[in-house]
Design a protein around this ligand. Structure first.
Ligand code: C5P
Length: 242
């Protein structure tokens, strides 16, 4: 069988040309990286778990009218997605202080934030994804002010929904990152969610024990990453295969 044309290879995923125009195939690798790829490992089964978990979350978001690029899962490691023009920003939403926020501002990990905080980072590996403000985003033409307003409202809707979804299975959504892209209906532009939503891109803590069920297990050498991700999948009602 002819191999599909590779469009882009990232740290955890590969994009191939899709079967129809306007589609891509998103392949989930087992590669795990942290600290801008200074730490690297291959973790058997991570890609399969993230493919399933991201499918589950994107499908649920579609169900409540939050537009995203997911079309359908193709197999254990691949999903068909709608092509979009990626906006070069990582959008982080935080409910509880952790990670870089705790480090930068000296706020203890686990401190509840008075309201969700949104941060933007410019997607550029060479620069280490620096944090930017709305001023930078507009000045450098990465997105218009209206786009930023749309991205913020999308991110907050995702936060509300996912916080409830995870709380229902005993997990606190501490923070997460999303990426967004543009699609065009004629002259009309819409912003949709892209990339993935998985334990690679969220901080997920067990409500009762505080146990970390996310990529911090890898970043901080806290045990088996696949055990943690499998536990998230199990609680979300996702069967081991399918
Ligand atoms: O490292 P930091 O505390 O800024 O991360 C905030 C959230 O964004 C975490 O859930 C982390 O997993 C996610 N993130 C990500 N990809 C990055 C940076 C952060 O998924 N490149």
């Amino acid at each position: 069988m002819a191999r599909r044309r590779l469009v882009y290879e990232g740290k955890a995923k590969i994009l191939y040309e899709g079967p129809e125009p306007g589609t891509y195939v998103q392949y989930f690798k087992d590669d795990a990286t942290a600290f801008n790829a200074e730490k690297f490992d291959v973790i058997d089964g991570k890609g399969v778990l993230n493919n399933r978990i991201s499918e589950h979350i994107m499908t649920a978001l579609t169900g409540i009218g939050i537009p995203n690029h997911f079309i359908r899962r193709i197999n254990m490691r691949e999903q068909l997605i709608r092509a979009c023009e990626i906006i070069p920003l990582e959008v982080v939403v935080r409910n509880v202080a952790a990670g870089s926020l705790s480090k930068r501002l000296g706020i203890d990990e686990g401190t509840a934030l008075p309201r969700p905080i949104i941060e933007f980072y410019y997607k550029d590996d060479k620069l280490g994804d620096p944090m930017v403000t709305e001023e930078h985003i507009v000045a450098f033409n990465w997105a218009a002010q209206q786009d930023i307003d749309d991205i913020i409202s999308l991110a907050l809707r995702v936060n509300d929904f996912l916080s409830g979804l995870f709380l229902g299975v005993g997990i606190k959504l501490v923070d997460f990152k999303v990426e967004t892209g543009r699609i065009w209906d004629g002259d009309f532009q819409r912003i949709i969610l892209a990339d993935e939503i998985s334990p690679d891109s969220c901080r997920l803590w067990d409500v009762k024990t505080g146990q970390k069920l996310d990529k911090d297990v890898f970043r901080r050498d806290l045990g088996s990453l696949t055990d943690a991700y499998s536990e998230v999948a199990r609680r979300l009602g996702i069967l081991p295969e399918g």
